[in-house]
Design a protein around this ligand. Structure first.
Ligand SMILES: *[C@@H]1O[C@H](CO)[C@@H](O)[C@H](O)[C@H]1NC(C)=O
Ligand SMILES: *[C@@H]1O[C@H](CO)[C@@H](O)[C@H](O)[C@H]1NC(C)=O
Length: 738
């Protein structure tokens, strides 16, 4: 018995040890010799056309999705300098004619390993592409060896044989230009071996059943392919709760041409029928990855959006052929590069987004040149474009679905449709220590974070800089957040008292410089903490008496300081939190929402905006809803609280406690504005249990949010059209009664 067991183990072990396989990509698919025929118009039946005079017609240009993707993978793998590159191999069937040698050379020249390729008794696959002067294209494809060269995959080869082919690889990439049966066998073998499978839905219009969908880790359709594939299945409408809200946000990222809800519905239909991760490419509108797992870690949405990469300066769209192939190959390469050590499956949202970003950049480069293979960029060029895009960062707010703006799944599971994450003032954790166990002292930010973690429904922590970083490092803070199951929301400037005469407005240039550098340091801290917001509230930038400062000079100091910060950290959302007055500074340089908007215009940077604080708005005599509306998409942050609005008294009362109707309208305006940040309670419980106080605030906001949702938009429009005072009060009463 024991001998038998040992023998058994001996035969099994070699395969189980193969986990540490070298990362390499196998692209299996088609290769074509394409002929491009420029014609004046498409021929009608029975008609013979000649090619356009003086036009460039190209014969035997290498193409075919398999070959394009193999060459793209190979070129994109190649790193200059140190670091081992991933290898790309191609499995295809060469034809028996002259074109085969052209295709073979193209693969070899681009570093693709072709040792697995076969040689069939059929002519090479060919594409005849007619192009009319308006740019429209019509093609005839002759499948040749792509279609008929795979006979051995029907009978001759056993499952074992196919597994032996695939075993050395860590990812298999397929498209739909070779027989479905071959794809199914390759995908099946890969699945059995635990090798990642990516299937490009492009190529032949064919139904994909559960059998193949289940084998693919990534199904990659474009919009029309998604529509086609899902049309083979019948299913219910949107099932998941709270998804409308999520897709509403997605919709604002995608623009009006694409129906985000429909995309979601189609993906769900495929996933209900066996598909795993579905990566939908949307050309210039970017791409969306719908992960199969819809509910893992807190704050993860499992829907990842990546905008399209901007084209390099001075270039434009020349030819979109092959851009999709490039995207797919680049995604595969990037995915395999993330598999290091014993990591075989990449699941982390940030890492996946990185892969999508790299893929977008590769796809963008591919549209700037004519042809499929000739337009495939090298890795260096793609990386250069990524750096340039990061610098440019024009789509800062739309690049990702911001973490803070999306749902965090709470253990109570009661707020499925609430779209924001909550944060609450960290320093309020020092209040009411009498409620704690004697051993449970609140001495350091670490203790505060630990206490905040007890707040039900809280998702993120906003830190003050440098105030909260005197006795631990940002890395330690991040670890503490991880342990507490929280994330960082923002880093907020708290200039120390040596800046009492001014921070960015200090009369001494050396001190001003120091304040600006300190402000930039906060961005470094934010990056380590994993958040992208820095909120600047300066207690000291302002004055107390007439003639005390030169207003124009103070103003322009702020403009240039914020420009410097925004340019130095283009990935950070910088926002000013204005305040009208307080005991440190009777008149702030920026003292109202209107003045703050003027500053935003003069700073004129896409990553500079405002954080509005309810109490500050009330204190400066504003109605918060109106101010939020005025700030529009420049609103990066919101701090919720309430107050009695006695001059210069920042009461920090609980949300909606004093001005419920204004609180209701503020949330309504956040909704109209499509606000995407997190909600932060800047309150001062002091004599109240700060845990219960935060939980009350959270509940209050959720109730008000629901009330906003219950309001009839037609009625709101009617009231506004008629300036109907009584109508507005009745609307508020009705909403708050719920
Ligand atoms: C068109 O060209 C084909 C191929 O040369 C030839 O067989 C056919 O007769 C031509 N038809 C006409 C209408 O000229
Ligand atoms: C999707 O890709 C196919 C080629 O694979 C192309 O013909 C089609 O136009 C694309 N659809 C969209 C919406 O771009």
């Amino acid at each position: 018995m024991i001998t038998f067991l040992l023998l058994f183990l001996a035969t099994v072990l070699p395969t189980t040890q193969a986990i540490q396989r070298p990362r390499s990509i196998l692209v299996a698919g088609s290769l074509n010799a394409d002929t491009f025929l420029p014609v004046a118009r498409f021929p009608s039946p029975g008609e013979n056309l000649t090619l356009l005079q003086n036009s460039e017609h190209l014969i035997d240009v290498p193409g075919g999705k398999g070959m394009n993707q193999a060459i793209a993978a190979s070129k994109l793998c190649k790193r200059t300098g140190s670091g081992e590159s991933i290898k790309a191999s191609f499995l295809g069937q060469f034809g028996n004619d002259g074109a085969a040698s052209i295709l073979r050379s193209a693969l070899i020249e681009n570093g693709v390993d072709i040792s697995l390729c076969g040689q069939s008794n059929h002519p090479s696959g060919r594409g005849y592409v007619m192009i009319v002067p308006q740019g429209e294209v019509s093609a005839v494809i002759s499948g040749g060896s792509n279609q008929f060269g795979w006979d051995h995959y029907y009978d001759e080869l056993s499952d074992q044989d196919i597994e032996d082919v695939i075993r050395p690889y860590s990812l298999v990439q397929l498209q739909c230009e070779i027989p479905h049966h071959v794809n199914l066998r390759l995908a099946g073998a890969a699945k059995r071996l635990g090798v990642t499978v990516m299937l490009d839905a492009g190529g032949e219009d064919r139904m994909m059943g559960r059998d193949i969908l289940e084998c693919c880790d990534y199904l990659v359709p474009n919009e029309s392919e998604l529509e086609r594939l899902s049309s083979y299945f019948e299913g219910d409408d949107i099932v998941e709760e709270g998804i409308a809200e999520k897709m509403e946000k997605m919709q604002s990222l995608l623009g009006p041409d694409i129906d985000a809800g429909l995309v979601y519905q189609r993906v769900s239909l495929l996933q209900n029928n066996g598909a795993n991760n579905v990566l939908v490419t949307l050309g210039a509108r970017g791409s969306i990855l719908f992960k199969k797992q819809r509910s893992t870690a807190a704050d993860k949405t499992n829907i990842i959006y990546q905008s399209a990469c901007c084209l390099p300066q001075g270039s434009s769209v020349i030819d979109e052929t092959g851009a999709g192939d490039c995207y797919r190959a680049a995604f595969a390469v990037s995915l395999m590069e993330q598999c290091t050590g014993d990591v075989d499956v990449v699941d982390d949202d940030d890492t996946l987004r990185k892969c999508m970003k790299f893929a977008s950049a590769a796809g963008a480069m591919a549209v700037t040149k004519k042809g499929a293979v000739p337009s495939i960029p090298s890795r260096d060029v793609v990386e250069e474009l990524m750096v340039w895009n990061d610098k440019k960062s024009i789509e800062l707010a739309t690049e990702t679905v911001p973490r803070g703006g999306m749902k965090r799944s709470d253990d109570d599971g009661m707020d499925d449709d609430f779209p924001f994450m909550f944060g609450s003032r960290l320093n309020s954790m020092k209040d009411r220590q009498d409620l704690l166990e004697p051993s449970d002292k609140m001495l350091s930010p670490r203790d505060f974070v630990r206490r905040q973690a007890r707040i039900k429904g809280l998702g993120c922590v906003d830190f003050n800089y440098p105030q909260h970083f005197h006795d631990w490092t940002p890395n330690e803070a991040r670890r503490a957040l991880d342990e507490a199951g929280l994330v960082a929301g923002a880093v907020c400037l708290r200039y120390p008292s040596k800046f009492a005469r001014g921070a960015m407005n200090h009369p001494d240039p050396t001190m001003r410089r120091e304040a600006i550098e300190m402000t930039k340091d906060a961005a470094e801290v934010a990056q380590i903490l994993g958040c992208d917001e820095v909120v600047v509230w300066s207690a000291y930038d302002g004055y107390d008496y007439p003639f005390q400062v030169n207003y124009k000079e103070k103003w322009s100091q702020l403009v240039s300081a914020f420009q410097e910060c925004a340019d130095a950290y283009p990935d950070i959302k910088w926002s000013l939190e204005y305040k009208p007055t307080d005991e440190n500074t009777r008149f702030f340089t920026v003292a109202s929402t209107g003045a703050a908007m003027l500053l935003v215009k003069e700073v004129d940077r896409p990553n500079f905006g405002l954080t509005l604080d309810m109490g500050h708005m009330l204190m400066s005599g504003e109605n918060p809803g109106q101010s939020i509306s005025m700030v529009g998409d420049k609103l990066f942050g919101i701090q919720l609280n309430d107050g009695y609005t006695r001059l210069a008294a920042e009461d920090g009362m609980m949300f909606g406690s004093i001005h419920p109707s204004m609180a209701l309208e503020a949330l309504y305006q956040l909704r109209v504005n499509n606000f995407r940040g997190h909600l932060y309670f800047d309150t001062f419980p002091q004599r109240t249990d700060p845990i219960r106080e935060a939980e009350y605030n959270i509940q209050r906001v959720k109730d008000f949010w629901r009330a906003v949702g219950s309001m009839d938009p037609d009625e709101i429009s009617r009231i506004a059209a008629e300036h109907d005072a009584l109508g507005s009060l009745e609307l508020i009463n009705e909403a708050l009664r719920q």
